[in-house]
Write a protein that binds this ligand. Sequence first.
Ligand code: FA5
Length: 339
Amino acid sequence: MQDTALQDIRSAETLEALQAVKTKYVGKSGLVTKELGSLGKLPPEERKARGAEINAVRAAIQAALDERESVLKRAALDARLQSEAIDVTLPGLPLPTGGLHPINRVYDDLIAIYRRLGYHVVEGPEVEDEHHNFEALNVPWYHPARDLQDTFWLEDGRLLRTHTSPMQVRYMVEHEPPFKIVVRGKVYRYEATDATHESMFHQLEGLVVGERVSMSDLKGTIAEMARGLYGPSARVRFQPSYYPFVEPGADFAVYWDNPRGESKWLELGGSGMVHPNVFKAVDDLREAAGKPRVYEGLTGFAFGLGPERIAMLKYGIPDIRYFYANDPRVIGQFRGELG
Ligand code: FA5
């Protein structure tokens, strides 16, 4: 009986089957239990030996049952874990994905255009000194742009740059011409905000210096940028304008041909030929740093524009303040796609 029982136990493939084997041998009316119950019918001198024998069989069967049970339980658990690990039909967990901010997308577009034209891309400090932000750019102390209302001043006398133009000066002090650069970065102005004016916004500055760089190079460059942004039929418009650091100076606009209607001239930024006073201020700084004067007598053009204006039209965002208000209803629309 012990042999058949052990055989039955070994061939039980499930916990249910094992339970049936257990009932068959050691259950209340199992075969081994019955044998024990029939001990009383034996003559007393045989009982002890027979009892010991049956108990040994019972113990062997019980041990085999226990062992088989733990094997089957472990196997059942493994099977469950494994099936969970490879269940490819379960829905995936959503992963939070970021996206590029609309301003960075516009920057990427613009910078791709200027890289094609051979420009280097540089950045500069947002905390500036008066000399780089104003003085060296030919903005005298009495110029309205120096007004307290336009500038965030720091307690140590420095300021938050009001435009990216101070990088013109920093770059020229460090590098010799000829070169073509664009500067990207944040700028700050202490002014009342409205739908098209923020106190923190961005600029893309361009500066090209060399021999015989001309106003028509500037116009051709802005036109090339417009075509890169809006296609081969894009049009640009220049209007005379005053910036202390250029002469002559011009504001430029790009005709924005909107497929959804309401096409219009988009006032993008200011530009002009680098003022001789800027070259002089740069050479003064170079000389003070023990570097040769190399700028006086050269020509160059510069421009500065606000990518927010482009992004507002491109993405149909009616108020510039939405870009920086951390409202997920606005910025969340740019989640997930990186182009
Ligand atoms: C300047 O800042 C000059 N540094 C640009 C320049 C560079 C002229 C080189 C000549 C040579 P302006 O203040 O106009 O110019 O600003 C340039 C552009 O920045 C504007 O055309 C506009 O697109 C954007 N801009 C100006 N103020 C704000 C503002 N508060 N909020 C958002 N965009 C602004």
